[in-house]
Ligand binder design. Sequence first.
Ligand SMILES: [Zn+2]
Length: 78
Amino acid sequence: MNQTGCEKIVLADAMGLRLIYCRDCNVVEFEIGAVSLRLCPDVVQRMANMLMKASLKLDRLTPTSSEAHELSETHVMH
Ligand SMILES: [Zn+2]
């Protein structure tokens, strides 16, 4: 692998998740803990869209993840 001459830009870095863009390879490296994926920027954008939709759906499916719900209905907590 020729990674020596690559100019890498950190796009996002939070809670063990990291997105790094490599200009020379035109590749986005998605690091999840010890796992690292190499994706094209195109796929990353589609993935982000998908994750957004999935996250919204999850919010609706899991009542505990909704903060607003917890605040308005404190008696639900045992
Ligand atoms: Zn590279």
